[in-house]
Ligand binder design. Sequence first.
Ligand SMILES: CC(C)(COP(=O)(O)OP(=O)(O)OC[C@H]1O[C@@H](n2cnc3c(N)ncnc32)[C@H](O)[C@@H]1OP(=O)(O)O)[C@@H](O)C(=O)NCCC(=O)NCCS
Length: 353
Amino acid sequence: MTNRWTPVEVDATTAGPDFWTRYHAYRRLRHAETRPDDPIRPDRVIEDGMKRNDPFEIHYRYEISNGGKMLSWFTAEATRPGAPGYDTNKHLLWTEGSVHRDHRRRGIGRSWIPIVLEIMDRHSYTTVGIECEEESGHAFLKWIGAEAKLTGAENRLKLADVDWAVMRRWVEEGRKGSPDTKFESYDGRLPESMLEDYAPQISSMLNTIPFEDLDHGEIVETPAMIKEWFARMDMSGEAGHWMMTREPDGVISGITDMYYAPYSPTIVHQGFTGVRPDARGRGLGKWLKAAMAIHLHELYPNAEWFTTDNAGSNAPMLAINAKMGFKTYRVGSEYQITRDRLAARLQELAGAF
Ligand SMILES: CC(C)(COP(=O)(O)OP(=O)(O)OC[C@H]1O[C@@H](n2cnc3c(N)ncnc32)[C@H](O)[C@@H]1OP(=O)(O)O)[C@@H](O)C(=O)NCCC(=O)NCCS
């Protein structure tokens, strides 16, 4: 297969102003294509985040540009050797990519295949995951031979439509149904002194998320990882909000967290909501979600929407969200293909040209 497109690796720490100019122009173009009504992250926030050393993940970044214009952007990430969770995640590479809308169907997308294989061979990754929520992406990934392994959606709640009386009732019912359960709420950051206790408990809850057929490793959160994440939030001025229920023995039985960014005053992001399997069916999930909604509605009067990502198979979470009024905003899938199948596809394509 001949190809006139040459992906060039980008090192964000040394990239010059020309790179950032074309990168941000490309980012704006993609934003206008995918989420035109949403606020866009400021350039400074993006640059600071990309330049900051990540002790836990390796990031690979490539551009295809021509005449000072970016035509394609491709990123991949993987767990750093020795980082928490490395043993069960070391075979996995996660990627995202796109091509400028005026330059599609000219072979730019396929020019990533050798790059992906080279990265996989160099680091012994055996499976690559690719995120996709656009029609062109689904068609391209099927053409490559990747399979959709996890289907989910971004769901959004319009706050003007929320029935606040119902929310207050959920809080009341939750409290009455679990009188011995302690309710905790934290705004801004979680106190550092609680991270040792919190990290293993949140990790075990995160690992109850349904991942359908996705090849995935264990999710591990440690106090150091949470502190690194908070340092990144400090850089962008984001505030976190956590609510949790704690049983008399100290076990966190349920949790919900949300994130507010000053550059996105109208849309507030829902992070994770989880209730331990042994505490399900007591109304803790509804209590947490309703209490958080009431709290943030008061705290951020300019907020119009809550947004959250859910797996399509997460029936309990989807049921609560639907009752609150969340509606599907965008459906997406995580595709995967093994290194060997991708290499075979490249061979096949080479033979066809
Ligand atoms: C997906 C995407 C990256 C493909 O880039 P591209 O440069 O157009 O891809 P290529 O030209 O190399 O296409 C390779 C083959 O994929 C298939 N394909 C790609 N786009 C397609 C589309 N819109 N409809 C049907 N088939 C398509 C075709 O078989 C194509 O070969 P052909 O043009 O010879 O028929 C691009 O459409 C894009 O940026 N989409 C939005 C972002 C996205 O969805 N990313 C996630 C998936 S990587």
